[in-house]
Design a protein around this ligand. Sequence first.
Ligand code: NDP
Length: 483
Amino acid sequence: MLQLQNYINGSYTDPENGTWIDVFNPATGKVYAKLARSGEEDVAKAYAAAAKAFPTWSETTLQERSRILSKIADLIEEQLIPLAEAESQDNGKPLSLALSVDIPRASSNFRFFAHAITQFASEAHESIGTQTMNFTLRQPIGVVGCIAPWNLPLYLFTWKVAPALAAGNTVVAKPSEITPLTAYMLGKICTEAGLPEGVLNIVQGLGNEVGEAIVTHAHIKAISFTGGTKTGAHIARSAAPMFKKLSLELGGKNPNLIFADCDYEKMLATTVRSSFANQGQICLCSSRIYVQETLYEQFKKDFVHRVQQLVVGPPKASETQLGAVVSEAHRDKIEAYIKLATEEGGTILCGGERVTVDDHEEGYYLQPTVIEVTDNQCRVNQEEIFGPVVTLMPFTDEADALQKANNVPYGLSATVWTQHVDTMMRVSHQLEAGIVWVNTWLNRDLRTPFGGTKDSGVGREGGFEALRFFTEPKNVCIQYGKS
Ligand code: NDP
């Protein structure tokens, strides 16, 4: 059986403790690989390799760093099919999605930051009249930790690793133990691209073992984490007394506000996608749909009809629109929320059941589910479900829409559908979210700041924000003599 080892100091190595855990294919429910269950000692080895590599990598010219990162991007592109097949097998997502979104984006992350670093500049402040010049150095931090989740495995892993490396840091990184395969494959790609030994180290294993060891390592100075809010809070508690730099990209419960004057067809098609893409397991999925009351009944009928047409099936089949959810435990969690919805007085308009797929009877398939709720504060409407489940509720006017949208602990993204410029501007200003999409969804320009407010996180990544996070500013103040 395939053994997924650590990638440390440019080589694949077994975990020091010699223990392995099962990795499941969610589409079949069967174990397909063994994963290194690494521990503190492997993180220590990875740190030592990264610390040794740091002085040379941080002094490597921007052109050379950029060339190597571009080469990694090229190789990911060349290996699109095997990487996409691996991602789909590991996560349960439709192969078509891995081919069109996950892997192309992983390549774009490296290409983007390969270019961005050559354009990254710092500031100068001249104190006129005092013969004083200040300039700010933006220096790499040292060894940094990157921890990524399972929903967009290589996409989010590279979203952190690429800027960290571009900025001149060396890295100890951990993918989710649920989806470790593409990060494992990335090691070989990095070696082939000529990334020097020790610059990127990938330690596989459990979050509360390897993740914890990275976060609490005395000399790993910054942590970029994407994952659940509860885990983020735990990491913040551990890292704060060690004065580590932290970037936390956490959960969401994103509203989708649909005003009666919207472009109806475009909104309907996009809302189906924003609700159920990747089985609803994208932190940016809109899981709370609010529709202006004059449009509500029509939307409800048309939306449910469209959702019922969605094809749930094996990830490899070309007609599949929703694959399997990521794990048995996650399916149980989603189902518990569906049950709770009815207990809380919600009405299931469609879905809510498991799907049995031929030849994949043990896979974790669920119907896309739409729930009509009457109480904005019910748990199903307040807590992140992170599956193919959306809630539906009417609103009366702009003020009611905003009140409902903002009345959750989360603040990651929001989507607004209206053709009225005044409405879009006013609502965008008042939504409590790090990202607002108007008349579009998941439309990403990698130069823009990315992240959440409230319980959805701290800090921003994306574009120069990521390079700012992965560098330490140092001001140099020089006073020069008068002539
Ligand atoms: P988790 O928080 O469970 O895990 C995220 C990562 O952290 C995994 O690699 C996990 O390892 C690791 N981890 C778990 N415990 C610890 C710990 N104590 N110390 C350090 N690392 C730890 O999230 P999920 O993987 O379940 O991902 C889903 C969540 O991610 C959702 O809440 C979603 O909204 C959020 N997310 C946020 C995004 C954003 O940009 N804001 C984007 C995508 C997802 P392991 O899996 O091996 O336990």
